[in-house]
Design a protein around this ligand. Structure first.
Ligand code: NAD
Ligand code: ZN
Length: 357
């Protein structure tokens, strides 16, 4: 099969397997009696996902909550799921987040497989074992680490994603490559130049292979997010503020893309980097090109009150009591975890950074 690949990820809980290719999921699902936890829109596009015992979930940020975990656990119980059962989660990052959390605590933990169906899930969130649940207005404030046994990455699912949904995935993909200290960013840009990443799944699978191999290095060296893995939060502090302040009308991947631009303006204002930095300029040019293709984005941005952005930025869980913590650019365009005292003066810099998106 062209473009297929597989590899293992080693974590302290266990090693788990990633299998990627085209058309690999349907035979696996059809040959399995496992209960599916599935994004409710998917059986419309892929009728072979329709099963009597499936648990269908709406992939909406407002439902990534502890209430949904309760519903999932109740549904697993109603279907007679035992401790030795296995579930297969099928969907994007939202389904992954709730399925990870539910599988980890149902009967103190059951086995599960994950099938990412968005490009964002395929290039990024599917590996790393994290779950993130929203509580009240706090995005991703609760969660744990509970990797699946096998991750089935099937680019057939890209055929029903819009260009904007493909761009969401590419924003996270370029983030991972840029955060890496090897030449992953140059290889990503070469792939972006060489083919159509929005419409050609045979080409996209090369980006998926690159980002997963790159992310593997981060998560195996720093499984629990205390060192280099924190750099993968690049774009997320500004991005989460945007998502929240827009009432989630701006989706996660797009918000992260914009967040990487805001982080540049912030880093520049802090005297960490300037516009002569070639590496950062290449990233900004690529992001501007991607984001210009998202329909209605400028109008959506114009609707967000600046004070709401600051309020959401302020409540990000990565800040400390005394400092704002941002993944910033240094003079060479490499990423650094930067702490800035929470002073009134910093508010102007933040307003300016959000305005630079
Ligand atoms: P999503 O689950 O929000 O899906 C986005 C949209 O695409 C939904 O409307 C969904 O119904 C639709 N969809 C899914 N697959 C489709 C397909 N094949 N064809 C057509 N439509 C399809 O997912 P996302 O954008 O992948 O993820 C965003 C979420 O993931 C955020 O909540 C973010 O916080 C979370 N996330 C988690 C991690 C992690 O490590 N756990 C990492 C990154 C992001
Ligand atoms: Zn993300």
């Amino acid at each position: 099969m062209s473009g297929s690949f597989e590899f293992d990820i080693h974590s302290s809980a266990k090693s788990y397997h990633v299998l990627a290719g085209t058309g690999i999921v349907r035979p696996h699902v059809e040959g399995s009696r496992a209960i599916l936890i599935c994004d409710e829109v998917l059986p419309t596009y892929y009728p072979w996902l329709e099963r009597e015992a499936s648990i269908l979930i709406q992939a909406r940020e407002e439902f990534k909550t502890l209430d949904t975990i309760g519903v999932l656990i109740e549904q697993l119980r109603k279907r007679g799921t035992t401790r030795s059962a296995r579930v297969i989660a099928v969907g994007g990052g939202i389904i992954q987040d709730v399925a990870t959390f539910a599988a980890s605590c149902y009967m103190r933990g059951i086995g599960w497989d994950y099938v990412p169906t968005t490009l964002l899930g395929m290039v990024d969130s599917c590996v790393g074992g994290k779950s993130s649940i929203n509580v009240g207005s706090y995005k991703n404030i609760a969660g744990n680490f509970y990797p699946p046994d096998t991750i089935w990455v099937d680019t057939d699912f890209c055929s029903t994603l819009s260009s904007a949904q493909m761009i969401e995935g590419l924003c996270e993909a370029v983030k991972i490559c840029y955060a890496s200290t090897d030449n992953a960013f140059d290889r990503y840009l070469a792939l972006a130049d060489a083919g159509d990443l929005l419409r050609d799944p045979a080409h996209v699978v090369k980006v998926i292979a690159l980002t997963l191999a790159t992310k593997k290095v981060f998560i195996e060296e720093d499984e629990f997010d205390t060192g280099i893995r924190l750099l993968l939060n690049f774009g997320h502090t500004f991005g989460h503020a945007l998502e929240g302040a827009s009432g989630y009308r701006i989706s996660h991947g797009i918000a992260v893309g914009l967040g990487m631009l805001a982080s540049f303006s912030f880093s520049e204002a802090q005297g960490l980097v300037d516009r002569s930095c070639a590496r950062a300029s290449k990233l900004r040019a690529h992001l501007r090109w991607l984001l210009a293709q998202v329909p209605g984005l400028d109008a959506e941005l114009a609707r967000i009150p600046a004070d709401d952005l600051l309020r959401h930025f302020d409540s990000d869980k990565k800040h400390t009591a005394e400092h704002y913590v941002v993944i910033a650019y240094d003079a060479d365009g490499a990423l650094v975890r930067h702490l800035t005292p929470r002073t009134a003066a910093i508010e102007r810099t933040l307003h300016h950074a959000f305005a630079a998106m």
